[in-house]
Design a protein around this ligand. Structure first.
Ligand SMILES: C[S@@+](CC[C@H](N)C(=O)[O-])C[C@H]1O[C@@H](n2cnc3c(N)ncnc32)[C@H](O)[C@@H]1O
Length: 198
């Protein structure tokens, strides 16, 4: 094949590829840089606060724990190590996904923990028994329609920010030795009630 013909054939193959190989494109999309920038910056929850978040949620070994906006995966990894439960961490930032996967590998919880690069506002929550959230208040509020997918009795633990308009069951104050700050945790139980309904 002469050089010009080879170039034309290569160009045509590239044009045809999306039509003949959609699966390849879907797989690539999973690890691709996101179209959407994160809705908040990354700040990791201190480990001593994570311990308290795990105490607050009554986690059982057969539970599925989600962290929406999982950062480096530290909460999900800690839950899996402590309770042997299944965990799924979602983040939109590829750097955080890489850190999470590294953390999962380092702590040897590959059999229990999944890490997914997804926009949290599109995640189906019906499989989760426990949600861990360290997000901005407006992000918590935007998730309210998705919280309706949770099974009755499912728990949500939020770090520092409430879910606006929704009544929490209990709040807890934790002084972290790691960052010297006071942190507040809020426990919610599904089905969620508004402050007026409580
Ligand atoms: C404050 S950090 C909390 C990290 C972790 N949950 C923790 O407590 O250690 C919030 C995380 O949410 C992620 N994030 C922001 N917007 C997002 C979105 N729309 N979908 C998925 N992740 C998002 C950010 O990339 C960041 O890692």
């Amino acid at each position: 094949m002469c050089r010009t013909t080879a170039i034309v054939v290569a160009a045509l193959s590239l044009l045809l590829l999306p039509a003949v190989s959609p699966a390849l494109y879907a797989a690539d999309a999973h690890t691709a840089e996101p179209d959407k920038t994160p809705d908040c910056v990354y700040v990791g929850t201190p480990y001593d606060v994570i311990d308290k978040m795990l105490d607050v949620a009554d986690i059982k070994q057969d539970n599925v724990v989600y962290d929406l906006g999982c950062g480096d995966g530290r909460i999900i990894v800690a839950a899996a190590k402590r309770f042997g439960c299944h965990g799924v961490g979602y983040d939109i930032d590829p750097q955080r996904i890489r850190e999470s996967l590294e953390n999962v590998r380092k702590e040897r919880v590959e059999k229990l923990v999944e890490i997914k690069q997804e926009d949290i506002f599109t995640v189906d929550l019906s499989r989760a028994n426990v949600l861990m959230l360290y997000l901005l208040p407006e992000m918590n509020a935007r998730l309210i329609p998705q919280f309706k997918q949770l099974k009755p009795g499912s728990q949500i633990v939020t770090h520092n920010y409430t879910i606006e308009g929704i009544a929490y069951e209990k709040s807890f104050s934790v002084k972290s030795l790691e960052d010297g700050d006071k942190h507040t945790l809020f426990l919610y139980v599904a089905p969620l009630k508004t402050e007026e309904e409580k």
